[in-house]
Design a protein around this ligand. Structure first.
Ligand code: R5P
Length: 285
């Protein structure tokens, strides 16, 4: 088995190869002056099972993923597993308005041209994986997040809304902390309101867990609510740290600390999800 890293997932791919005890290859990826992508896997042949690790967000990473798959197929890979740590377009999983594209399905179908196995991490709605005509797994980051915070004095784990409770509960179980949820309403792309809710946060070290931090609006509203509830400290963690615009700066003003996993590599992506991906793959491959 060989792990090939794309440009978006260099450290995660390396970590994963180490976890699996397999060879790691960093693909050669270059952008032409017109921005088109050139991909080469510098091996004689790949008569083996190949695992490609690369995000499909933003759009240029999707093209790179497709080219990596084709390069591996061209070298004779026996089976190609595509690991997409952050799967772009997962939120457009329906035609919410007439005439819209069903983006999530388009992306899934594009990925199955050369690949028989698709692995995502905390994909927004795992049901979209049913569109992939092959094996699929959605890996939960929660065990890795829980392990990271174990022993850090967290008393209370919070989901921003009830829908995110399962993830928060998984994290809380590893840490041995209490768990609860806030009540979120999105007013616009960047503005989120948290309804006042009777959560027992007084003098507690609270950890807010979400799948994605994009503008930071959700976490900011949750952190402000926890301050009203007199929490001692507020830490935020997410699986996918998109941190659009000035989100990190915005969150540093209302949280004691902000962390993410390494599905998107950034300055706070200190939690590796490689152990959990390896665990799932060991049972599959
Ligand atoms: C929403 O359904 C997600 O779980 C996140 O809460 C959301 O994407 C966070 O976005 P933002 O950081 O822009 O509030």
């Amino acid at each position: 088995m060989i792990v090939i890293g794309g440009t978006s997932s260099k450290s995660l791919a390396k970590d994963l190869a180490q976890e699996l005890g397999t060879k790691f290859i960093q693909a050669r990826v270059v952008r032409f002056p017109d921005e088109e992508c050139y991909v080469r896997i510098e091996e004689e042949d790949l008569d083996d099972e190949v695992i490609i690790v690369q995000n499909t967000h933003p759009d240029n990473n999707l093209v790179e993923t497709l080219l990596l798959q084709d390069a591996a197929a061209g070298l004779g890979a026996r089976k190609i597993t595509t690991i997409v740590p952050y799967f772009g377009y997962a939120r457009q999983d329906d035609r919410f308005e007439k005439g819209e594209a069903l983006s999530a399905k388009v992306m899934i179908r594009a990925l199955e041209i050369c690949s028989k196995h698709l692995v995502t991490i905390d994909v927004h709605k795992p049901i979209i994986l049913d569109w992939f005509r092959g094996e699929t797994n959605d890996v939960h980051a929660a065990p890795c997040i829980g392990k990271f915070f174990d022993g850090h004095g967290i008393d209370l784990v919070l989901a921003p809304d009830e829908g995110a409770m399962q993830r928060a509960s998984e994290v809380a179980k590893v840490i041995g902390a209490d768990v609860d949820h806030l009540e979120k309403t999105r007013l616009s792309g960047e503005v989120v309101r948290m309804a006042p809710k009777n959560v027992d946060a007084k003098d507690k070290n609270a950890l807010i867990v979400d799948d994605i931090i994009s503008t930071g609006g959700t976490i900011e509203a949750a952190a402000n609510q926890l301050k009203i509830l007199e929490a001692r400290s507020v830490t935020a963690v997410c699986t996918h740290g998109l941190f659009t615009r000035n989100a990190l700066e915005r969150l540093r003003k209302c949280c004691n600390a902000v962390y993410s996993t390494n599905t998107i590599e950034n300055e706070v992506s200190v939690i590796s999800v490689a152990p959990q991906i390896a665990k799932v793959l060991h049972n599959q491959i």
